[in-house]
Write a protein that binds this ligand. Structure first.
Ligand SMILES: Nc1nc2c(ncn2[C@@H]2O[C@H](COP(=O)(O)OP(=O)(O)OP(=O)(O)O)[C@@H](O)[C@H]2O)c(=O)[nH]1
Ligand SMILES: [Mg+2]
Length: 500
């Protein structure tokens, strides 16, 4: 199956899925297709590529955190089913992607099932792993597994349980998957274990899970959870444990936000003191309810996220991709002109010197026996002319090619950022399109860019605004029930729209 048909199939299956799940997002796919068209005419996207496949359409909840912090126990409790193994040594050694299935029983499928299925967010993950750790891509099953589960609570979403996170011991491939999951998720629950007496020893882990997540533009999707706080009830001063965690997290920048304090009702040790127990339970119930509310809310977050990405992609094309192409093409043009000037200048000087050496100039007339013979021979003078023009053309096009290689090498040096790296090949492809031989170096706009493309982008931006309004209408209702749970993300997205 060709990659273009593969893409068509993939988009079609996405559309079929969204037609049932969220018709507003179905319309968003059409807008993405419009952006694809613009980007393809720019040469920025290839026919088998689509912006729609670069984002995750699934509402995704990831549970990350340190070893034995109770991630799997929390998931089991949420699903009301003992799906995941739990225990006091390191239990999970791979990521488990949990999704809903109508079949009554739990099914476990190997990582390959995720790697090969375009409907999941790990499609072709083995390739990404192979790129950073040669040979590991084939071992995808050692990193991922898929579990289907009949719990209603996971219907319409994907939940990911992960192996205990330890920044020091983590393999690069595991780290790569963790980052990929963080990028894709709509909600990330970061678990810490209150039993761990000294958070200071986990410097790198806190750095990775807190310091590096707190300043992200999507930081509101992270919930930091101190779990197993029932165990602190046995301490003389339970607040000390919490305070020491609070200090450690504050050092990593988690000051303004708060962290949740919970423990698992099923796994907790009994708290003998009745007063203490009531206090602990009260606090836990409030926090747990908030976490669960955010988990229910994730479909809404996802819808706003997709529309935000649509808008961002449209703006990006107009405000970043096209100006950058223009700048690169300008660089190319200047280099071609300069090299052309140098080459043909030197050639003229060489001809002058050569003719002065061998022949005779009488005023503007040059005379040399070979030259005279050539001019008088009717066919040869044309052959010589065509030959000269051909050689000049060859030289000019070689110079264009060389100059383009130079510009691309410069671009590669310039792009260091991982996120931009993703688009390096796209920029190179667009540059090649502009450097085709029939395109003049003096073109004012990059190939494929003009009033029509601008109009299409403006259309998509207007559509994105419309989707946000429609989403607001869908998710807010007069009784205000959903409205009060509308998350920061959604509000931010709405606010952003209002200021446009
Ligand atoms: N006292 C107490 N024990 C808990 C709590 N949550 C989990 N546990 C216990 O802690 C141990 C580890 O729990 P898991 O759910 O396996 O932890 P995990 O984070 O999934 O661990 P790995 O998969 O190995 O990284 C198990 O023995 C649980 O029974 C809690 O809130 N309080
Ligand atoms: Mg586990």
């Amino acid at each position: 199956m060709s990659s273009t048909t593969q893409l068509a199939k993939r988009l079609q299956s996405l559309e079929t899925h969204l037609a049932q799940e969220n018709p507003i997002l179905l319309r968003a796919v059409a807008s993405f297709r419009k952006l694809d068209q613009v980007a393809r005419r720019l040469g920025f996207l290839q026919p088998e590529e689509s912006y729609a496949t670069r984002i995750s359409w699934w509402p995704l909840i990831a549970v990350l955190g340190t070893y034995s912090s109770g991630k799997s126990t929390f998931i089991n409790h949420y699903l009301q089913q003992s799906l995941q193994l739990t225990g006091n040594q390191a239990i999970d050694d791979r990521f488990t992607v949990i999704c809903f299935s109508k079949e009554g029983e739990v099914r476990v499928l190997p990582g390959l099932a995720l790697d090969a299925d375009p409907r999941f967010p790990f499609y072709q993950m083995s390739r990404a792993i192979e790129e950073i750790a040669a040979g590991e891509g084939r071992r995808i099953d050692a990193y991922l597994q898929l579990k289907t589960c009949p719990s209603e609570r996971v219907r319409g979403k994907i939940l990911i349980d992960s192996p205990g996170f330890d920044a020091d011991a983590q393999r690069t491939s595991t780290l790569r998957i963790t980052n990929h999951i963080i990028d894709l998720s709509d909600l990330v629950l970061v678990f810490f274990d209150a039993r761990h007496p000294e958070p200071g020893t986990m410097h790198d882990t806190l750095e990775h899970l807190v310091a590096q997540t707190i300043n992200r533009p999507d930081s509101s999707k992270f919930l930091y959870i101190l779990n197993q706080i029932d165990t602190t009830a046995r301490e003389d001063n339970p607040e000390d444990v919490i305070a020491s965690w609070q200090r450690a997290l504050a050092q990593k920048g988690l000051t303004a936000g708060r962290f949740y304090r919970i423990y698992n009702p099923d796994a907790a040790v009994p708290i003998a003191d009745a007063n203490l127990r009531t206090r602990f339970e009260g606090k836990r119930d409030v926090d747990l309810a908030e976490i669960h509310a955010r988990m229910h809310q994730v479909e809404v977050d996802r819808a706003y996220r997709v529309v935000a990405v649509l808008e961002q992609t449209a703006r990006d094309l107009e405000e970043r991709v096209v100006p950058r192409l223009q700048e690169l093409l300008e660089r190319w043009r200047r280099r071609v002109l300069w090299l052309d000037g140098l080459f043909f200048g030197l050639l003229i000087v060489a001809i002058l010197v050569g003719t002065l050496w061998t022949g005779e100039w009488m005023g503007w007339r040059f005379s040399h026996p070979v030259w005279d013979a050539l001019l008088t021979a009717p066919i040869w003078r044309w052959v010589a002319l065509v030959g000269a023009v051909g050689l000049a053309g060859y030289a000019h096009f070689s110079i264009r090619k060389m100059a383009m290689q130079h510009v691309i090498a410069g671009l590669k040096r310039q792009i260091r950022d991982m996120r931009e790296m993703e688009f390096l090949d796209n920029f190179i492809a667009a540059l090649h399109k502009n450097a085709r031989f029939w395109r003049t170096i003096f073109a004012k706009q990059p190939a494929g860019w003009g009033p029509r493309a601008r109009r299409q982008i403006a259309d998509v931006l207007a559509e994105a605004n419309g989707y946000v309004q429609d989403l607001n209408d869908t998710f807010t209702n007069p009784s205000g029930v959903e409205h009060t749970t509308q998350t920061q993300d959604a509000q931010k997205a709405t606010a952003a729209k209002m200021t446009v």
